[in-house]
Structures are given as structure tokens and as C-alpha cells.
Ligand binder design. Structure first.
Ligand code: NDP
Length: 285
């Protein structure tokens, strides 16, 4: 079997068109969605991510504000900037680009962002709301994965979903979102014994490990849906996922490529969350 490719780039483009239309609609009601991105230090990967977020905002007609702070900024100054943005009515989403320098406590920073403006979906209030099935800002990569499946008409209820990886930003929340949609969910991680036994039972397999080409054909059941979250460089310096695409695509039913799979969905859902926050602010006024 050769897998059907789930084209994240195309699905993201379709979603972005829908978002742009909605941005226009609420602009006519007097609100322009605004995203503030705080970048501390000059990590090159973070700079690229931040630039892409700004570009996406511009393309969709949203405002974006980039706040650059030096590496040695104090935690107190960062928190006071966030407090200012929390109170700024023109800002609907606040994102602090991670990782932060070691002298700043990440948890404290995340918790200082108003849950109403937490468009990354990392605040414990949003996580708790997601876990209890209430309306919440959903973390962007897991949310993007759910949209990919929805747009591909892949049903979830009753399916066995195996998630390899349990980070707070990808693995844990994506499993929760599948559970909310009535899947049976298994989490695997670095201490899991006999990984293959678990992954081979997956109707839907999510790889969020961070190891190039880690998931091989032997890990995958015939016809399974395989979602590759990984963004890695292989030995030749080429971008690759956590799934060995060449061999797994011969066995899976559906597969996401890297690039053009999950990646484009992450920023798209960030834009969606910012729009949602702006629309909610209209209802609060
Ligand atoms: P983390 O490093 O935070 O988590 C990796 C997870 O993989 C951990 O839970 C770890 O287990 C598990 N793991 C490591 N080794 C093994 C192993 N041998 N067997 C089974 N599980 C293992 O990574 P992230 O979740 O942040 O990211 C994962 C990948 O996704 C990365 O490549 C990252 O670049 C990419 N990514 C892509 C995004 C996108 O937009 N497409 C967004 C975010 C991330 P343990 O908990 O036991 O250590």
C-alpha cells in the first residue's frame, strides 16, 4: 500500500483564507486582531519563528507587535511588560517565544499571561479547561493536527491513537484532544518498554519524539494514519521528521510529510486563536 499524503500546506492555506475573511468581518465591527510576540535574546531559530509569525499576521490583515528584549533582561522587567500587554485593549494575543534564558522562570512567565490572551494555550487555566472539555485556547500544534484529520475526513471516535512523546506542548495535549473526541489513547515515552507492541496497535500514530526518522515501517500497522510532528535535521543537514517517510509511506494509509505536514498548521492555529480572542473581546465590550 502507498499512503495518501495529508498536505498540511494546502490545508493551512485553506484555513488561512477562512481566517482572513473573518478578520475582515470583525475589522468592520471596529476590532483589528493584534498579536504581541516577545522575543528575549537572539536565538537564531527563535528569530525565524518570530519572523514567520509576524509575516502570517500581515498576510491575514492582523496587527503584530514584536517586542525584542536583551538576553540579560530581568524576570521582573519581562513580567511587567506582560502586565502592560495584558491591559492593552489593542492586543488580543500574547506569545513569549520559548526557550527563555536560564535566569527566567518559564512557568512564572506563562502564568503571568492573561488566560484571555494566552493564544499559545500554555496557561494552566487553558490546559485545565481543555482537559475538562470546556472552551479554551488550544495549543497550536496539537490543534493543527486535529484540523488536519478533520479536513481529511478521518474519523476519530473509537480509534486507537498512540502518541509517542509526552511533552507539555505536543504529546500530552494532543492525546487529550483525541480523548475528547472519543478515541482510546495510549501514551509512549522514553521509558516505554517494547515500543513496537504499542505503536503496532495504532489506528492513528502520532510521532512527537524529536529524533530523526525514529519511527520505521516495523512500528506501523498496515493502513494506519501516521502524523509526523518532528522537525529535525538529518546527518546531511536536511530537514526531516520523526518518521522514516520512505519506508512508512509504503505501509501507512495516510501520512503527513515533513516539511508541508504539521508545520504549516502550527502558525495557522496561532492566527486562529488570536482571531478568536479578538472576537471574544468584542463580546465582552
Ligand atoms: P520534547 O523533547 O519536549 O519531547 C520528546 C518526547 O519524546 C519526550 O516525551 C520523550 O520522552 C520522548 N522520547 C524521547 N526518546 C524516546 C524514545 N526513544 N522512545 C519513545 N519516546 C521517546 O519534544 P517536543 O514534544 O517539544 O517536540 C517533538 C518534536 O516535534 C521535535 O522534533 C520538535 O522540533 C517538533 N515540533 C514541531 C512542531 C511543529 O510545529 N511541527 C511544534 C513543536 C515541536 P520522556 O518524556 O520520557 O523524556
Amino acid at each position: 500500500m502507498t499512503a495518501s499524503i495529508i498536505n498540511g500546506k494546502e490545508i493551512a492555506a485553506k484555513k488561512r483564507m477562512e481566517i482572513a475573511e473573518e478578520v475582515n468581518r470583525i475589522k468592520n465591527l471596529g476590532v483589528t486582531p493584534g498579536l504581541a510576540v516577545i522575543l528575549v535574546g537572539d536565538n537564531p531559530a527563535s528569530q525565524t519563528y518570530v519572523k514567520n509569525k509576524e509575516k502570517a499576521c500581515q498576510e491575514l490583515g492582523m496587527n503584530s507587535v514584536l517586542i525584542k528584549m536583551p538576553e540579560e533582561i530581568s524576570e521582573e522587567s519581562l513580567l511587567s511588560k506582560i502586565a502592560e500587554l495584558n491591559n492593552d485593549p489593542s492586543i488580543h494575543g500574547i506569545l513569549v517565544q520559548l526557550p527563555l534564558p536560564k535566569h527566567i522562570e518559564e512557568k512564572k512567565v506563562i502564568e503571568s499571561i492573561s488566560p484571555f490572551k494566552d493564544v499559545d494555550g500554555f496557561h494552566p487555566i487553558n490546559i485545565g479547561r481543555m482537559m475538562t472539555g470546556q472552551d479554551a485556547f488550544l495549543p497550536c500544534t496539537p490543534y493543527g493536527i486535529m484540523v488536519l484529520l478533520e479536513e481529511t475526513d478521518i474519523s476519530i471516535a473509537g480509534k486507537h491513537v498512540v502518541v509517542v512523546g509526552r511533552s507539555n506542548i505536543v504529546g500530552k495535549p494532543v492525546g487529550q484532544l483525541f480523548l475528547n473526541k472519543d478515541a482510546t489513547v495510549t501514551y509512549c515515552h522514553s521509558k516505554t518498554k517494547d515500543l513496537k507492541i504499542h505503536t503496532n496497535q495504532a489506528d492513528i500514530l502520532i510521532a512527537a519524539v524529536g529524533i530523526p526518522n525514529f519511527i520505521k515501517a516495523e512500528h506501523v500497522k498496515d493502513g494506519a494514519v501516521v502524523i509526523d510532528v518532528g522537525i529535525n535535521r538529518n546527518e546531511a543537514g536536511k530537514l526531516c521528521g520523526d518518521v522514516d517517510f520512505a519506508e512508512v509511506s509504503e505501509k501507512a494509509g495516510y501520512i503527513t510529510p515533513v516539511p508541508k505536514g504539521v508545520g504549516p498548521m502550527t502558525i495557522t492555529m496561532l492566527m486562529y486563536n488570536t482571531l478568536k480572542s479578538a472576537a471574544q473581546s468584542l463580546n465582552r465590550n
